[in-house]
Ligand binder design. Structure first.
Ligand code: HEM
Length: 522
């Protein structure tokens, strides 16, 4: 590769020499000669495997180890990072023989990406990639003081412990079942209404509303009806801002504000502080101590030494709402799209539900889920084919120099795992493009982070803390939707993807439903 670059530089150099020696006045010739020498020298220096940002890291410590696209001068691989970045990075890694580790540049940011379970484990499960690179928008939206972007240290550990005990513990999750059931009932009723009135059901809006309601009530309890709509808009605006491409995340241009992202972030942050801060202050003022089973009540009644100050509390609550809403809704939309597209698999799942519930006219419950292995296999198969975070959403940052796949990775390098590439690799999965939940009946693959062939929630110390709550919601709502109705396409199902912060269906799923059970029992 290096010799190819040297040749390229030499060719440019020769070409310019030939051009300028033909009847060019000598001062112009001298200028062109100097410029071409400079260009050739710069190209040779910049155009290295991995691109511009890796220019100082090709030395004897990493002899011929790095593979990666050279990318554009200055920009690196930024132009390829669009709405299908996971696919483009996967095909680049495959074509360069760099699935284990590929280096590339996003502007001046050094990045490595793993598309293989072995190196994914090295990145996710070791202690070297314990931080996350923070985007300017995430910092302005206060996420640096919440779990996702807090540097790994005492504060981050403290937040994770509080969340594990008071939001995500098995006891908390099961205490929230009545809420999930109520929201499922509301969704089923809405489906019935839409079908009656419009003859077509667009699930996306309902799932987003249900998901938002679920997370808001878990966090604040049942008294936030007025703020619900406003918080919904705030989550949407936050997603839009974090997903937005912002030049100053990749170049030292902090003083500029391209596309007004900073201005919008500051406006949103002050709104979050006012709306969420107001809820916190009201509850504090009312002397809330353990008045409810919600997360805010738990935060307010922490022992003195564990208490968070008000702004940290706002950041943590805002993060829960932000992270908890979108992933669950879009995963369920992908699952339902697959159910509509594969009626025989849908029928098999319904058969399993009928056998499990029997002739009782009751709704599916959390306690039925362990007896529904095929339903769980469907969820796994959708997480494999359409992982909501194909690049595991939020990358990691090397906190010191470290070796990955025996290659020295300097401190400050951003590391990503292309989970989508791993879950579509034919050397890991038989017939990877086929939708076949039975593969998980034949082999039980754990998806919580111990098996890096399928780790949609990440792995290691920064693994998703909301995974059990997210899965409990997805399993129950899927079971309720399939038990109640048969789902048919209203339009041909379009599986096109769009990657912003998460991987969504590009166009909303539209379906018809047919009631399956004669009496709908809540
Ligand atoms: C289907 C649902 C979900 C999926 C697929 C998902 C996926 C992920 C992934 C891939 C990560 C990065 C993990 C890593 O770096 O190794 C993550 C982190 C995180 N998730 Fe989730 N998530 C889901 C649901 C939730 C829910 C319901 C919440 C909260 C209510 C949540 C809160 C978080 C937080 C706070 C982090 C940052 C953890 C840290 O940096 O220490 N997630 N999630």
């Amino acid at each position: 590769m290096k010799s190819m670059l040297a040749n390229l530089s030499f060719i440019i150099f020769c070409f310019v020499v030939v051009v300028i020696t033909h009847q060019t006045p000598w001062p112009v010739a001298l200028l062109l000669f100097s410029l071409s020498s400079f260009l050739a020298f710069s190209l040779n220096y910049w155009l290295v495997p991995g691109g511009f940002a890796w220019r100082n890291h090709h030395d004897n410590q990493n002899p011929s180890k790095f593979r990666g696209p050279i990318g554009w001068p200055i920009l690196g691989t930024l132009p390829q990072m669009g709405s299908l970045a996971h696919r483009k990075l996967a095909s680049m890694a495959a074509s360069l023989g760099a699935t284990k580790l590929m280096a590339f540049s996003l502007g001046s940011t050094r990045v490595i990406i793993s598309s293989h379970p072995d190196t994914a484990r090295e990145i996710l499960c070791g202690s070297s990639f314990a931080d996350r690179p923070i985007k300017e928008s995430a910092r302005l939206l206060m996420f640096e003081r919440a779990i996702g972007f807090a540097p790994s240290g005492d504060y981050w550990r403290h937040l994770r412990r509080i969340a594990a005990n008071h939001m995500f513990s098995p006891k908390k999750i099961s205490a929230l079942e009545p809420l999930r059931q109520r929201l499922a009932n509301e969704m089923l009723a809405e489906v019935r209404e839409e079908m009656k009135e419009r003859r077509v059901v667009v699930l996306r809006r309902m799932l987003q509303r249900g998901s938002l309601g679920n997370v808001l009530e878990s966090v604040f309890g049942s008294g936030v009806y007025i703020e619900r709509e406003e918080l919904g808009f705030m989550v949407k605006e936050g997603f839009d801002l974090i997903a937005k491409f912002n030049l100053d995340d990749y170049f030292p241009l902090r003083f500029l504000d391209f596309h007004g992202v900073k201005r919008r972030c500051c406006k949103l942050a002050s709104k979050v502080n006012s709306v969420v801060g107001q809820i916190v202050r009201e509850r504090k003022g009312a002397g809330d101590s353990r008045s409810g089973s919600d997360f805010l009540s738990a935060l307010l009644s922490l022992p003195e030494e564990d208490q968070l100050n008000e702004s940290d509390m706002v950041a943590l609550l805002w993060e829960m709402i932000f992270r908890g809403t979108d992933t669950v809704a879009l995963l369920l939309e992908w699952i339902m799209a697959r159910m509509v597209l594969h009626p025989e698999i849908q029928a098999k799942a319904q058969q399993e539900l009928d056998t499990c519930i029997g002739s009782q006219l009751r709704a599916v419950q959390d306690s039925d889920i362990p007896n529904l292995p095929y339903l769980q296999a469907i969820v796994k198969e959708v997480l494999r084919l359409h992982p909501p975070g194909p690049l595991l959403s939020w990358a990691r940052l090397a906190i010191h120099d470290v070796h990955v796949d025996k290659t020295l990775i300097p401190a400050g390098t951003t590391a990503m795992v292309n989970m989508w590439a791993i879950t579509h690799d034919p050397s890991i999965w038989r017939d990877p493009w086929a939708f076949n939940p039975d593969r998980f009946i034949e082999e039980d693959v754990l998806i919580m982070g111990s098996d890096l062939r399928l780790a949609p929630f990440g792995a290691g110390r920064r693994v998703c803390p909301g995974k059990a709550l997210g899965l409990a919601t997805v399993h129950l709502w899927l079971a309720r939707l399939l038990h109640e109705y048969e789902w048919l396409p209203a339009k041909p199902v379009d599986l096109s993807e769009c990657l912003s912060l998460s991987l969504e269906m590009k166009r909303p799923l539209e379906c018809h439903v047919v009631q399956r059970r004669s009496k709908a029992m809540p």
